[in-house]
Design a protein around this ligand. Sequence first.
Ligand code: ZN
Length: 326
Amino acid sequence: MIPERLPWHGPQWLRIERSIRSGRMPHAILLRGARGNGKAMFASRLAAELLCGSNAPPCETCESCRLCAAGSHPDWIEVTLEPDRREIVVEQIRDLVHSVGLTARFGRYKVVIVNPADLMNRHAANTILKTLEEPPGATVFVLVSSNPAQLLATVRSRCQMIDFPLADPGLAVEWLHGKVPEPGAALALAHGAPVRAVELWSSGLIEVRSRLDRDLDELLGGGDPTAVAARWKEFGRATVAWWLTEILADRLRKSVNVSTNPVPGVRGPRQVSCLLPMLDRCLEVRSGVLGRTNANEQLVLERLAFGIARESARSRGCRSVGSTPR
Ligand SMILES: [Zn+2]
């Protein structure tokens, strides 16, 4: 499917259209900005528009558009992270350089999308440099990055930057209507990034969040940590730690005004102060996940649940919640 032009990308499209009209389409652009804001959709839509042979691209009926929609256009080259890899490697870039050197099958543009470009390792980034500077024929490189500072300066300097600031909330909520049940709440959970909000909803993660929110209330109310940890097993420690960090950070932010605006599960200043050590425990699990520590999954979840329960009991003045699993 060819993605739509997103309503909050008006200025960025205007800039591209001006370049195309004046015959000065840059041969390398870097789309940079917050994650989940639609940069990848912009890149795909741009590819389809450049490759379409009609006067009103994308016409969605020509052969080029049909191939774009099917994801099999021979002049559209995409490089991304391969499964089980943490970086884009030099072999991928060598293949890309080879493909760019071949004649465009449709005789128009060749479009290369590298996303996330900042995950090219040093060797890969050095290999792409020369082609990026002098691409053969009418090739357009579209690099996409939410962490542009991680890109080699020499790569950045060969690209024209296009910034993608966070979407206007009004436009974003309007766009989210019909895509997610509670657009405002979903947008807030995605930190203002509308495409991320749709991803969170469609992958079921928003539902996971509300279940973890209830589990946290249960632990704060003196519930059984073993039973809670058993329920967490289906989500895995990465998801649990990630969402609990978000939930606790959110509660901490709101708790600044706890006396006038009570937070569920947080009944007073003593309980507010117990949120910080809980947050620390979640962050510990998160860094363990990132460091790929080979810990027993269930044990990690139980320790986390017991840790939270213990901090909560301490703040309520209780003495014990049972012994932590070893
Ligand atoms: Zn077309």
